[in-house]
Design a binder for this molecule. Structure first.
Ligand code: HEC
Length: 116
């Protein structure tokens, strides 16, 4: 389904930052945890960390970035990034995100290839 959609990184950023509601009318708090890198991995460099670290882990050998990011958002308790607290990221995003919302978030995260 996602492969048939094209994501808009700008709208993805507005969703991520809570400046625009999702299709369901929810305001996302991604930024609240992911800014600063204390509570959760820093938004900046998300794609680079995938490319240089996570994608080299055995369990993600067959994953694309899109698959990794979708599971990180929809099934956040399936895998925990080391050194960050577990069971912290909310697991209610499947109820709040449309396919287009997800495609836009992915496009935004994919653009985060610059290191902090
Ligand atoms: C209450 C805090 C919190 C919120 C809100 C939150 N996250 Fe997270 N997120 C975390 C934590 C903590 C981790 C690292 C531990 C883990 O893997 O669950 C994480 C991990 C991730 C990862 C994997 C990062 C990496 O470097 O591999 C992605 C992608 C992600 N979150 C995206 C999102 C998106 C998109 C939203 C909003 C829809 C969001 N998060 C909302 C706390 C949060």
């Amino acid at each position: 389904m996602l492969a048939t959609l094209s994501g808009d990184p700008l709208r993805g950023q507005l969703l991520y930052d809570g400046e625009e509601p999702t299709a369901s009318g929810d305001v996302l708090g991604c930024m609240g945890c992911h800014a600063g890198g204390q509570v959760a991995p820093l938004t900046e460099g998300t794609w680079t960390r995938w490319d240089e670290e996570r994608s080299r882990e055995e369990r993600f050998a067959t994953y694309s970035f899109e698959q990794y990011a979708v599971e990180s958002i929809l099934l956040p308790w399936d895998y925990f990034v080391e050194t960050y607290p577990q069971f912290t990221m909310p697991d209610f995003y499947p109820e709040q995100l449309s396919y287009q919302d997800l495609a836009d978030l992915l496009a935004y995260l994919e653009s985060q290839d610059q290191l902090p």
